[in-house]
Design a protein around this ligand. Structure first.
Ligand code: ZN
Length: 159
């Protein structure tokens, strides 16, 4: 909401609650709370507020009017999010979750399952998914380290 929209909103509130005294401080405070929200939605919420009998003597505060609303910022985030299926594990999740945490962990789990299977150890995806990424990453490093030693020893034996 712009400051002038908030000012219009307060004028409307004043129509219904004539003892409300308007001031610059009040406008400033309302604007601080409401600037993140969509003007139409806040005006709609005022209508809803006014229709409730018990609110007849209670001047709304700006928080009453954001009830159930999400900020324009949050809306933007949701707009850029989609449900996707991970092509590695076929789970359904939000794209943001996939990008921020899932993808690298899923890759690591798949790699660990393959390597452990080669050693004859059977683990399921779910077994490994219970661990944090950091824990799995350490496990993978340890595995690589162990394999390197085995390889070096193997080469020594050959020489
Ligand atoms: Zn996955």
């Amino acid at each position: 909401m712009s400051e002038s929209e908030v000012s219009n909103l307060l004028d409307r509130v004043k129509l219904h609650y004539q003892h409300l005294s308007l001031s610059d401080e009040l406008l400033e405070e309302w604007f601080r709370v409401l600037k993140k929200y969509n003007s139409d939605e806040v005006f709609n919420n005022l209508d809803k507020y006014l229709m409730i009998e018990k609110n007849r003597d209670r001047i709304p505060n700006p928080f009453d009017l954001t009830d159930g609303l999400i900020t324009e910022n949050q809306k933007e985030k949701l707009k850029n999010d989609y449900l996707i299926d991970c092509n590695l594990c076929h789970k359904t999740m939000l794209l943001s979750e996939y990008n921020s945490t899932h993808y690298k962990k899923c890759l690591l789990i798949k790699a660990l399952i393959r390597k452990l299977a080669k050693e004859g150890t059977k683990v399921t995806y779910q077994d490994l998914d219970n661990y944090s990424y950091e824990r799995l990453d350490k496990l993978y490093d340890k595995y690589l380290e162990k394999n390197k030693k085995i390889r070096i020893e193997g080469i020594r034996k050959l020489c």
